[in-house]
Design a protein around this ligand. Structure first.
Ligand SMILES: Cc1ncc(COP(=O)(O)O)c(C=O)c1O
Length: 394
């Protein structure tokens, strides 16, 4: 390689998304005339709710799409704070809310705020791969701790305490998680916050799937980590519950004393979150939008309740029922110990696109695959029938 083409070492350490490769292969099959059931992509199939589109049209018509403050539109920060009070029963000052360009930017900002060279952030394996890469981009070290069904694929306070080292700077928890859909309950979250505080570290909680929590008791609300601690960085998003993936909008609730430094980082990294998206998102919290979104949450729960028992019946191992999000992490060791080859076979022979476990870490990753129930019931039924035929269980 010539000297001008030499790249920073971090580039080689950042893996591509296998899921995108599955999608490309699926599209190629479709172009050749095959039908494919898409269960690979972590993106809701529902369109952005109409009141949000209307708000965007109005914003375009009046032309008010200049830069905003790096922290976001004051009215949106206030609306998010009200949402925490109404939906999660927790009081959060709007001054602690940092609106970001997707939760991806929030995760990058908090990594930039906390991570120095060689600092460690503890996270779960399996887990969302970009988190490792954000930390690596900042010259830190993501330490992914193997977790399994015994801890619902989540880190526990005990595990965190045992693995804390002189280099550990903080812990990242995602609840509900991608790829497992499993959650950390409020009692364990409180214990985790206590352990992290006692070690002088920082807690980051990714709650981007919190709105999509199922099996709540009647009248109960999904519990945010903010109800057990004020000293965490809690990341959320308009992408999933609010069906606004491509609008690139998310937020973080930060301890008050860190907001100014996060603002400084945001100003420099991307100036401000997208204005049109922020003005559209103001309509997310209107009662008529919430009605639409709650119907969709019910639809996701129905799909989960269709998919999980059917997969178990076919021999996939799903020891813990996913409680939220729209993913099922299934053990395929009964069929294969090479998740990539298994996914390729299932795609080519059955026309079902799913994601190999190797996208989410190393721990038993080759014995797992991820299903996304981001398609309608009829398609899920078709996918199950195809898998049953492929696995000789029809
Ligand atoms: C756990 C988790 N965190 C963060 C993100 C980033 O989402 P966005 O930047 O669209 O908010 C995703 C996307 O799939 C995710 O699954």
């Amino acid at each position: 390689m010539t000297e001008p083409d030499r790249l920073a070492a971090r580039v080689a350490d950042i893996a591509p998304f296998q899921v995108m490769e599955v999608q490309t292969a699926a599209r190629a099959l479709e172009a050749a005339g095959r039908t494919v059931v898409h269960m690979e992509i972590g993106e809701p199939d529902f369109p952005t709710p109409e009141p949000v589109l209307e708000a965007a049209r109005a914003a375009l018509a009046d032309g008010g799409v200049y830069y905003t403050s790096a922290l976001g539109l004051p009215a949106l920060r206030e609306a998010i704070a009200r949402h925490y009070a109404e939906r999660h029963g927790v009081e959060v000052s709007p001054s602690r809310i940092v609106v970001t360009a997707g939760s991806s930017a929030a995760l990058l900002l908090v990594s930039a705020l906390l991570v120095d060279r060689d600092d460690e952030i503890l996270m779960s394996d399996p887990g969302y791969p970009c988190n490792r890469h954000f930390v690596r981009t900042l010259e830190g070290r993501a330490r992914a701790l193997p977790v399994g069904p015994d801890s619902a694929y989540q880190l526990s306070a005990d595990l965190i305490d045992r693995h804390w080292s002189a280099r550990t700077r903080g812990v990242l928890i995602a609840t509900p998680s991608n790829p497992t859909g499993t959650t950390v309950g409020p009692d364990e979250m409180r214990r985790i916050a206590e352990v992290v505080a006692s070690r002088g570290g920082r807690l980051i909680v990714d709650e981007i799937y919190l709105g999509l929590t199922y099996d709540l008791a009647p009248g109960a609300r999904p519990v945010s980590a903010l109800s057990v601690t004020d000293d965490a960085f809690v990341v959320s998003s308009f992408s999933k519950y609010f069906n606004m993936t491509g609008w690139r909008l998310g937020w973080m609730v930060a301890p008050e004393r860190h907001v100014r430094d996060l603002e400084k980082l945001a100003q420099n990294l991307y100036i401000s979150p997208p204005t049109l998206s922020q003005r559209a998102a103001l309509a997310c919290f209107r009662p008529e939008t919430i009605v639409i979104l709650e119907e969709r949450r019910e639809a996701f729960r129905d799909r989960r309740d269709l998919l999980v028992p059917a997969l178990r019946g076919l021999g996939f191992g799903i020891p813990v029922m996913p409680q939220g999000g729209f993913f099922v992490y299934a053990d395929v060791s009964r069929f294969s110990r090479k998740s990539r080859a298994f996914c390729r076979e299932v795609l080519e022979h059955a026309g079902v696109a799913i994601t190999p476990g190797v996208d989410f870490g190393r721990h038993r990753a080759d014995e797992h695959v991820r299903f996304a129930y981001t398609v309608a019931r009829a398609k899920i039924e078709d996918g199950i029938a195809r898998l049953a035929r492929h696995l000789g269980r029809a």
